[in-house]
Write a protein that binds this ligand. Structure first.
Ligand SMILES: [Zn+2]
Length: 106
C-alpha cells in the first residue's frame, strides 16, 4: 500500500539520526500503527440499524455478530418497554380489520 512505501522511505532518510530521534520515530510509528490498526480492525463498528460507523470510544453493544450504537439500542429499549402495549394495539388493529372485512362482506 502507499502508506507502507511512505514509511519505508522515511525510515531510510532518518537512519543517520541519533538514537533519540530513532526512538522517537519508532515510538511515533508505533502509535501511528496502533491508530491505524484500531481504525482497520474490529474496534471499528458499523451500526446495523442506522448505518453509522462508530469507533472504539463510541458506546455500543454487539448482539451476536451485529453491532448496534447506543442511540439505536435506546430506541430498541423504548420499543421493548412498550412491547406489551404495542402487541395489544396490533391485536386490536387486526381484530378491527377482521370486523371491518366482515361488515363489508369480504
Ligand atoms: Zn445506530
Amino acid at each position: 500500500m502507499d502508506d507502507d512505501n511512505e514509511s519505508r522511505e522515511k525510515s531510510s532518510d532518518e537512519k543517520d539520526s541519533g538514537m533519540k530521534d530513532k526512538l522517537v520515530t519508532s515510538l511515533l510509528e508505533g502509535k501511528r500503527m496502533e491508530a491505524y490498526a484500531e481504525h482497520r480492525t474490529g474496534d471499528m463498528h458499523h451500526c446495523h440499524l442506522c448505518e453509522r460507523i462508530t469507533y472504539k470510544r463510541v458506546p455500543g453493544k454487539n448482539i451476536g455478530e451485529k453491532w448496534f450504537c447506543i442511540d439505536c439500542l435506546k430506541k430498541m429499549k423504548e420499543i421493548l418497554d412498550t412491547m406489551d402495549q404495542w402487541e395489544e394495539e396490533l391485536a386490536m388493529e387486526s381484530k378491527m380489520k377482521e370486523q371491518l372485512d366482515d361488515n363489508l362482506g369480504i
